[in-house]
Design a protein around this ligand. Structure first.
Ligand SMILES: [Zn+2]
Length: 291
């Protein structure tokens, strides 16, 4: 069932008029708690209904992917504790990309846990100036966040190791210059699975794919991203927002059959193909109108 969302119908147009590029993406479910759950093996969902965060537990503490909003941090903490883990065991903090809805809570997470913050090099300037040099939202005050010093600068293909876990950082740029897709191998029930956490394949409202002075190579960066995403082996498909992979629907199916609903290689392929064709249509439209 859907929640009653009627009031938003009135609120969204007002916000959209104020800052169309940003609020077109905003959603009331970003701050809505969602039951934490095991996805597969040592990978757990600890995010909100609209913003995905993942806890990967290891023999030497945990890795957290996405700090989300400042207001998400108490919800993430509660989710981690509800699963029986310690928030203070978070040793490494990673993000999907340098947008406030995935990184604004990083300051608090680091203060509370002392986790090491590791970010893809092309997103580092934006993280370190609090969003001011973001090519799209640099002048949007509400998209900015507390500037943070990064503890480790990551490069495409770098491994992040903790205990018995190895995560690989794949540069999948376009949505941000350092947008990162994370992969890891997970053991569950005697089998090994490839897990992919997609950074973002989306072209936001207002993104200029052609003649973008602040991001001249944006279209070729998206092309690189499609190549990378299509090349990754994937059994379990996750992403920066739960709606990338149908999180709510899959969660509802948990335990209802013998099969783990999060194992969805076909869903991954279909999602990437659909997102790529949406990108191609937008690129063709912008190319035609630039002539
Ligand atoms: Zn984003």
């Amino acid at each position: 069932m859907h929640r009653v969302r009627t009031p938003l119908l009135y609120v969204i147009p007002v916000l959209a008029a104020l800052a169309p590029n940003l609020f077109a993406q905003a959603n009331s479910d970003w701050n809505e708690p969602f039951p934490p759950h095991r996805v597969i093996g040592n990978v757990y969902f600890v995010g909100t209904r609209g913003l995905a965060s993942y806890l990967i537990t290891t023999s030497q503490g945990s890795i957290l992917v996405n700090s989300s909003l400042e207001t998400s941090v108490p919800l993430i903490r509660a989710s981690i504790e509800k699963l029986g883990f310690k928030f203070s065991d978070v040793k490494i903090l990673l993000i999907s990309h340098a947008h406030f809805d995935h990184c604004a809570g990083s300051f608090q997470i680091k203060e509370l846990t002392g986790a090491k913050y590791m970010v893809m090099e092309q997103d580092v300037p934006v993280i370190e100036d609090g969003g001011k040099t973001d090519f799209q939202y640099g002048k949007t005050a509400s998209a900015q966040f507390k500037p943070m010093k990064v503890d480790r600068v990551l490069h495409d293909g770098d491994e992040v190791k903790l205990g018995d876990v190895v995560m690989v950082a794949h540069l999948t740029p376009g949505h941000t210059k350092g947008c990162t897709t994370w992969t890891l191998k997970v053991k569950d029930g005697g089998k090994t699975y490839d897990v992919v956490i997609v950074g973002s394949p989306n072209v936001n409202a207002g993104y200029k794919l052609v003649n973008n002075a602040l991001y001249p190579q944006i279209a070729t960066d998206y092309e690189r991203m499609w190549r990378v995403l299509k090349s990754l082996p994937c059994d379990v498909f996750l992403g920066a927002h739960g709606n990338y992979y149908g999180m709510e629907k899959k969660y509802a199916q948990l335990g209802k059959s013998g099969q783990n609903p999060f194992i969805d290689p076909a869903g991954y392929r279909a999602y990437i193909a659909e997102r790529e064709s949406t990108f191609r249509a937008e690129l063709a439209k912008q190319t035609a109108s630039a002539k």
